[in-house]
Design a protein around this ligand. Structure first.
Ligand SMILES: Nc1nc2c(ncn2[C@@H]2O[C@H](COP(=O)(O)OP(=O)(O)O)[C@@H](O)[C@H]2O)c(=O)[nH]1
Ligand SMILES: Nc1ncnc2c1ncn2[C@@H]1O[C@H](COP(=O)(O)OP(=O)(O)O)[C@@H](O)[C@H]1O
Length: 187
């Protein structure tokens, strides 16, 4: 059994985090991805406890109050947080635990668990990022504008991460992510 590790994956909305994490899961058998709690509404096709645990504001308040979250942050008018006990349990079982969370949350995790490995997924350019967000077809123009604004602030912190992966060619980016996780798991 390999030693358990924590990987935090951040990057602007539309950079390809979800796509890369899905591919990582297929390639690394001892990998487990945390499901976050959020106050945003489900998108078409999203299911409770699969993409997120969808919460009302009151339910999210209760999670914060009972110290049930490893970290939480407000992103584009909604709150998102990582359920703590599942994450710690899976690391203790020797798994490669992945959090797909925003930049604010990533540094909260690093403060609490300094051994966490921070991975930043970069788009090839802001133009490509906007094309991908539009191409995904899940957000209104207003939401896309607010995510493009958030992207600038996120990209400004990329040098604080342990590794940056530019998601231009999907195969190349997948390989870089899989190799990084396997390398750390074997250290
Ligand atoms: N801090 C924090 N951020 C999260 C969490 N879950 C998701 N996020 C981030 O919230 C942002 C918006 O996520 P989402 O609404 O699913 O949009 P998407 O990333 O464009 O698919 C992204 O940057 C996610 O990485 C969490 O538990 N904590
Ligand atoms: N390397 C890539 N080349 C082209 N399109 C991509 C690439 N990676 C992801 N995409 C597409 O870009 C969109 C955003 O990707 P997604 O994984 O949802 O981003 P995020 O989770 O970071 O918000 C999706 O439609 C996805 O299929």
């Amino acid at each position: 059994m390999r030693r358990g590790n924590l990987f935090v994956i951040s990057g602007p909305s539309g950079a390809g985090k979800g796509t890369l994490v899905a591919r990582l899961l297929r390639e690394v058998p001892d990998c487990w991805v945390s499901v976050s709690a959020t106050t945003r509404s489900p998108r078409e096709g999203e299911q409770e406890a699969v993409q997120y645990f969808f919460k009302s504001d009151e339910e999210f308040d209760a999670l914060v109050k009972e110290d049930g979250l490893l970290e939480w942050a407000t992103y584009a008018d909604h709150r998102y947080g990582t359920p703590k006990s599942a994450v710690l349990g899976h690391i203790a079982q020797g798994e490669q635990v992945v959090l797909e969370i925003d930049v604010q949350g990533a540094f909260q995790v690093k403060d609490k668990l300094p051994e966490a490995h921070l991975v930043f997924i970069e788009p090839p350019s802001l133009i490509v990022l906007e094309e991908r967000l539009r191409g995904r077809g899940t957000e209104t123009d207003e939401v896309i504008a607010s995510r493009m604004e958030a992207a600038q602030a996120e990209l400004a912190r990329k040098m604080e991460y342990d590794i940056r992966i530019v998601n231009d060619d999907l195969e190349t980016a997948t390989r870089q992510l899989v190799d990084y996780v396997n390398e750390k798991a074997e250290e």
